[in-house]
Ligand binder design. Structure first.
Ligand code: ADA
Length: 570
């Protein structure tokens, strides 16, 4: 299941999730021994999943081969993979057909002239990271391997809709949308074809036209603007509209919501109402499932996050499952989506390596391509904790910023920095986002007052006093069950609770600060080689443990966030 709703009524879309054959390849003999034609042996595994939850593969980094047989009526097929960690090489009937880089972004490809009958699909996944990979080797989560999200193949006929990005502006009273679509159409047949194309948003048809394309031609089409009355998507009332783009032989169904997010005079407004971001950072990870996170648990994470009084989540540090973002659309939770550039381990030389910059760019392109229509995504994150004072980072940030801005859609852009005093890239941010760990890695609780004031003064000196600030990461590690009630002792649940209370109260009363994302919602598994005191090989800063049992901090955050929510709605 890749979406919460049915994406096609006309197109035949086949799920390839379920039983696959699987074989690890620690000695890298697969290709020379011809495994691309079919695996010589192999266990049955369930896709989607990660192999690090199979027996004796807990720490396995390397290649894993997967095989799936399927039948088709033939013709033009479109394959879609939600996530292969991290490198994917793909063969169909022994012929190499695709390769993809990047664990967390979706990809698809089209193959023509496929014969009717049975076929063998082989995927070689490789989860090894190095200093030039994104994410690079030193990273604060565990690099699981495998086919971690669903796999589909579609049987395409005639003129098909490959993509429909719906763009709009709202009237001053927010009641009317001026709307158009950026459509990508494709002729899947070996002859020229013509077709009627329609797009409907709810009850309103916004486009009706004729196109003709030669064999296997792709066409991008910007439809003329139409005006429709709309109800808004908001945190309190997340109204969604179904969008159906249809040709005579194909369709693509998606959902959109209409809303306006903007910053003005150091405040953020959603639909012209001032909003405070009260959130958590969430990794889509669980010890039993790794990154192949089940939809049932996504819903439970959301239930808990709403119970906390949050109105937003930062998807640290990569695009999270489409189905999770569908749930956020439905439940009115604002989302920050970013790509996995986790900066701390990058050297300056590697960061500016054109291959690395381009990999980041490709991930941004893929994130925008698949996630464009989600109303819940109100923030695009460009990168996290790269050493921004290095000269090259300015150019890279500009490049990513310019791309995200040029794609349109009404979103705020930011990057999470750990250099509030010398970051030269604030000019690219709609909101300045700061990651800091005073009271944990450095300083004490009271250092916070000083550093918040330093940032205030720096913004004024830079002529950016209008830019709002989000504290995008702050917190402390706590070992679940370790209690020291009468003294202040690191790693205790009380210490974590106290530092979160201190910082959240400080941020909430500061007029410069428009939001805060606790690091982090749950404990997560990290790399066994991670430095930085990762007790049990987990990052223990979750306010719930890795099995979602609340620590003391959970209840304190819940009191604070729900009180602030009440004040906002009073
Ligand atoms: C950084 C980083 C997080 C996490 C955190 C921590 O800010 O962005 O991914 O590693 O530090 O726990 O130290």
């Amino acid at each position: 299941m890749k979406r919460l709703f049915c994406e096609h009524n006309i197109r035949i879309s086949n799920e390839l999730s379920g039983a696959w054959r699987f074989l690890t390849d620690p000695n890298e003999v697969g290709e020379t021994e011809g495994w691309q034609n079919g695996l010589p042996t192999g266990d049955t595994v369930i896709v989607p999943s990660v192999w690090n939850n199979e027996l004796r593969l807990l720490n396995y980094e390397g290649a894993g081969w997967y095989e799936k047989k399927f039948t088709t009526t033939g013709g033009t097929l479109r394959f879609e993979f939600g996530s292969v960690m991290t490198l994917a090489d793909i063969w169909l009937d022994g012929e190499k057909v695709f390769n993809h880089y990047g664990a967390f972004t979706q990809f698809d490809f089209i193959l023509n002239n496929i014969e009717a009958g049975e076929h063998t699909l082989i995927v070689r996944a490789d989860n090894r990271q190095n200093e030039k990979s994104i994410p690079q080797k030193r990273v604060d989560w565990f690099n699981y391997g495998g086919i971690a999200r669903d796999v589909y193949f579609d049987e395409l006929n005639g003129i098909c809709v490959l993509q429909n990005h719906v763009k709009y502006t709202l009237s001053e009273d927010l009641k009317v949308a001026t709307i158009f679509s950026d459509l990508v159409l494709y002729n899947a047949s070996d002859k020229s074809c013509a077709s009627n194309v329609t797009i409907a948003v709810g009850e309103n048809e916004i486009y009706n036209g004729e196109v003709s394309l030669s064999a296997y031609e792709t066409m991008t089409l910007k439809t003329p603007e139409a005006e429709i009355p709309v109800e808004l998507w908001s945190v309190e009332s997340p109204k969604l509209y179904t969008v159906v783009a249809k040709t005579e032989t194909d369709d693509l169904i998606d959902r959109i919501g209409f809303r306006l997010i903007e910053t003005k005079n150091c405040k953020v407004y959603l639909n012209k109402k001032e909003v405070e971001f009260r959130g958590v950072n969430r990794h889509e990870e669980h010890p039993e499932w790794g990154f192949a996170f089940p939809a049932k648990l996504m819903k439970r994470d959301i239930d808990m996050i709403l119970d906390l009084g949050c109105n937003t989540i930062r998807g640290s540090h990569y695009p999270q499952s489409q189905i999770f973002v569908d749930m956020l659309d439905e439940r009115g939770i604002m989302f920050w989506s970013e790509i996995p550039i986790w900066g701390c381990g990058f050297s300056e030389a590697v960061l500016q390596d054109p291959d690395v910059v381009e990999r980041g760019m490709t991930m941004h392109r893929e994130m925008v391509k698949y996630y464009f229509n989600h109303p819940s995504i109100v923030i695009w994150g460009m990168h996290n904790e790269v050493w921004t004072p290095w000269a090259c980072v300015y150019d890279i940030t500009k490049k990513y910023h310019d791309f995200l801005r040029s794609e349109g859609g009404n979103r705020l852009i930011t990057h999470a920095t750990l250099c509030p005093n010398d970051d030269p890239c604030f000019e690219f941010d709609d909101i300045i986002s700061i990651n800091q760990y005073h009271g944990w890695y450095y300083g004490g609780f009271d250092t916070w007052d000083r550093v918040v004031n330093e940032l205030r003064e720096r913004r004024i000196k830079l002529g950016m006093a209008d830019k709002p600030v989000i504290y995008s990461e702050f917190g402390a590690g706590a070992l679940a069950g370790y209690h020291v009630p009468f003294d202040s002792v690191r790693w205790s649940e009380e210490y974590q609770r106290d530092i979160l209370k201190y910082t959240i109260e400080l941020f909430h009363k500061d007029p410069m600060v428009v939001g805060f994302y606790i690091w982090q919602f749950t404990n997560i598994r990290t790399s066994p080689t991670m430095d930085l005191n990762r007790v049990r090989c987990f990052n223990n800063k979750g306010i719930v443990d890795e099995y979602r049992n609340p620590k003391l901090a959970y209840y304190t955050v819940r009191d604070l966030y729900n009180r602030y929510k009440g004040e906002e709605n009073a």
